[in-house]
Design a protein around this ligand. Sequence first.
Ligand code: 5GP
Length: 174
Amino acid sequence: MKRSDLEVLIDQAVLHRRIAELGEEISHDYRDKDLALVGILKGSFVFLADLSRALSVECTIDFLGLSSYGSSTTSSGVVQITSDLSAPIEGRDVLVVEDIIDTGLTMRYLLDNLTTRHPRSLRICTLLHKPARTKVEVPIHYTGFTIEDKFVIGYGLDYDNRFRNVPYIGHKVT
Ligand code: 5GP
């Protein structure tokens, strides 16, 4: 695939406007809390960089590396932690920052795993949500955009580990 095969689905201006709104909402909700942002690698690194700078509250930033077995374009729900958090989250107000929730299987695993570490609160912020593909329901507190069932690329999301640096959300035209 080439970059020219991508069609823009959500452009940079729209992304940045929505992330500013999410930043305001999260800053308001966490004004008296002990916010620990947890970005899920690799896909969330671009979103987390922009979202964290849209916050007016203090926070720590940590990452959790996950890889799911099987095909790179569909989730098997069998997830492995490839790189763990660098600090405990016990007693903290954890906000998981994810690029996309598709079947929900990855997030279900993650929520179960993080709950065993006894955070004070645990919420999810996802840039994209594809409700048509849901296999397990997970509580999503902050959603950037709800999208239809298309495989999207860019703004952190990959195609065969490439194109994460494309600055907009696109999809492949066939
Ligand atoms: P889930 O477990 O919710 O089905 O899938 C979550 C993971 O699958 C995401 O974190 C992402 O890595 C990958 N994924 C799901 N849908 C897409 C998509 O449309 N594009 C890309 N690049 N990855 C996706």
